[in-house]
Design a protein around this ligand. Sequence first.
Ligand SMILES: Cc1ncc(COP(=O)(O)O)c(C=O)c1O
Length: 395
Amino acid sequence: MDCVYLDYNATTPIDSRVLEAMLPWLKEKFGNASSKTHPLGWAANEAVEAAREKLAKLLGATAKEIVFTSGATEANNLALLGLFGLKPEGTKRQIITGAIEHHAVLDTAHELGRRGFEVTLLRPDSTGRVSAEAVREAITERTLLVSIMSANNELGTLNPLSDIGAVCKKAGVIFHTDAAQAVGKIPLDVERMGVDLLALSGHKFYAPKGVGALYLRTRTPRLRVEPITFGGGQERGLRPGTLNVPGIVALGEAARIAREELTAESARIGGLRDRLFHGITARVTGVRRNGSAEHSLPGTLSLSFEGVDGSALLVSLPDLAVSTGSACSTGSAEPSYVLKAIGVSDRLAFSTARFSVGRHTTEAEIDRAASRVTEVVLKLRGQLASVVGTAGAPA
Ligand SMILES: Cc1ncc(COP(=O)(O)O)c(C=O)c1O
């Protein structure tokens, strides 16, 4: 069955240009980037350094500020545990983070709490945003780190990074952002935004799964974090282990493409997301849009359908790949903690679908998705017969 893929926030397919770039490094150019004694090793090392440059450029960073990891989860862990690990007995023992962060940050913060550090969770507003004012009010003389995500994975809501960065800088507090959902989708500049640490994952922007990076500020102020794994000294000892050369090359190429195409692509994707929203709401009433319409990732649309069970909705739509919430926490029968935190009732939270549009989505797919969602929602509500006649939804 043909399936319309609208789950780009869960993962993206590899861009064919990215695949082309990485293939030689899986085949004939298979050297270990740490091999210093022969050309295969030198070539691998050069390719890694070229990728580091490209990724740094996308973020407004310098190459030596990039540490390659297996993804955003590891990068977030390295940032948070690595920073606090350096100062186990210090007086700055507080981390401030948001209540709707991804588990990669929330569970790491929880672990810091278990190790005796002070964890403050900020509630977002009803659109999922944490204001710079809320951060300012929460900062104390004990605060070492503020960690606020760039964009929420379920809602698409963007946080005011530059404002939060300015507050942190003024207070002398380190600012980390989990940018897994933002990199490659919106412009990011660590200098302009005052970001000290930033985590990203390749598979969220058309590179393969299993590769990512941590940006770690080495310009003023020069930051240090403690490694959380130990081994052969790669990545300046911060992330030891044989480098994933094909993955890193792919990440670099994905970053190059994003830098060149981001502006045009985000406009196109935003247009498709709006088309989907209007295509559904023109024919279905009782739809609530979750998150911020104003401050949002271009491709994300979270909708709650009154009177419709979300899992029944998805079961009835096997030809649409969409998500009920965060793909990373499926299997849970609990309503999404993100929706709960922004004040969505349990009943509505269970009636929610997250659509995420990406590089390969077409207008025809959006129109088909809008028709299919309309049809199924009306059918599940028992409203189909009357509306099919007037709105012309397909049978
Ligand atoms: C906001 C956010 N942070 C972190 C992650 C974790 O990324 P990965 O599983 O690639 O490590 C995700 C993945 O869904 C995410 O959306």
